[in-house]
Design a protein around this ligand. Structure first.
Ligand code: CP
Ligand code: NVA
Length: 307
């Protein structure tokens, strides 16, 4: 694996390797304090970030390297004065690896095609592979395994995190149930459904897409939701989306139907939208362990692509 652009770049075996490495890194951080010695990471952002920005910066510093941050709006490329191809070729002469957060997934692919250093997707509208790997690490830690577990997701189905969970969890033999409204704007993309179904068949996992939250939550081990207003969604759509997604809100009443489930959210979260305060602040919520694991998982990703 040279780049990590989506879950499609990772075989189940590679996911296991990343999780094993991340577990060791988390347990023995000292052992890795020079693992990225003198390496420089460039992080490029078109959208806001708390977790991704800071966990990548910390990962590099804690492993003896460094990171530089760049906002696309300050680049000649961001203001339409330079091609993405020339930008990627130039950047490759300055740094050892790149993490990039851009809305348009195809642009990230084009960037990577022209970069001679490894490129990691730090979120596009299509997928969020770093989130997936941190999440799998968290689920494995809390539940002791991945194979055979059921993850139920509620809300926006046409969403980067949803896509990553669908492709990544089915690769690990998990059962994924997505409860979302009907319609092209709210359901997962067809190619992701196809990819997840193909993996589910191979791994004895499964994928279900339903409009019925009560059906999705049955026997869930993990209850997951994400923002109804992802970074790229215009504010003008707020009222409409709140109405459409409301039946998929994770409430105490719904959560009570899966008494053994843990609650996860990639964050940022809006209490009263996709989840109520009672659920996200409950004892069964593991959102901050989940946020922490971004750091450990990304250290493993960085070391893997630098190899
Ligand atoms: N979960 C996540 O990627 O958060 P940020 O947008 O804060 O980076
Ligand atoms: N779906 C969310 C994820 C944020 C980490 C978004 O794109 O804004």
């Amino acid at each position: 694996m040279k780049h990590l652009l989506s879950e499609k770049d990772l075989s189940p075996e590679e996911i296991k390797q990343v999780l094993t490495a991340a577990t060791d890194i988390k347990k023995n951080p000292e052992k890795y304090k020079n693992a990225a010695f003198e390496k420089v990471l460039l992080t490029i952002f078109e959208a806001p970030s708390l977790r991704t920005r800071l966990s990548f910066d910390s990962a590099m510093i804690q492993m003896g390297g460094d990171s530089i941050n760049y906002q696309t709006m300050f680049s000649p490329w961001g203001v339409g004065k330079e091609s993405i191809e020339d930008t990627a070729r130039t950047i490759s002469r300055y740094v050892n690896l790149v993490m990039i957060r851009m809305h348009d997934h195809e642009e990230v692919v084009r960037f990577a095609q022209n970069a001679s250093v490894p490129v990691i997707n730090g979120l596009t509208n299509y997928s969020h592979p770093c989130q997936l790997l941190g999440d799998l690490l968290t689920i494995q830690e809390k539940k002791g395994k991945l194979q055979g577990l059921k993850l139920a997701y509620f809300g926006d189905g046409n969403n980067n995190v949803t896509h990553s969970l669908m492709m990544g969890c089915t690769k690990m033999g998990m059962h994924v149930s997505i409860a979302c409204p009907k319609g092209r704007d709210y359901e997962p993309l067809p190619d992701v459904v196809q990819e997840a179904n193909t993996w589910a068949k191979k791994t004895k996992g499964s994928l279900t897409i339903t409009q019925d939250s009560e059906e999705a939550i049955k026997n869930a081990d993990i209850v997951y939701t994400d923002s109804w207003m992802s970074y790229h969604v215009p504010k003008a759509q707020l009222k409409k989306r709140v109405e459409i997604f409301k039946p998929y809100q994770v409430t105490e009443k719904l959560f009570a139907k899966a008494p053994n489930a843990l609650f996860m959210h990639c964050l940022p979260a809006l209490r009263g939208h996709e989840v109520t305060a009672e659920v996200i602040d409950s004892k069964r919520s593991i959102i901050f362990d989940q946020a922490e694991n971004r750091l450990h998982a990304q250290k493993a990703i960085i070391l893997k692509v630098l190899k």
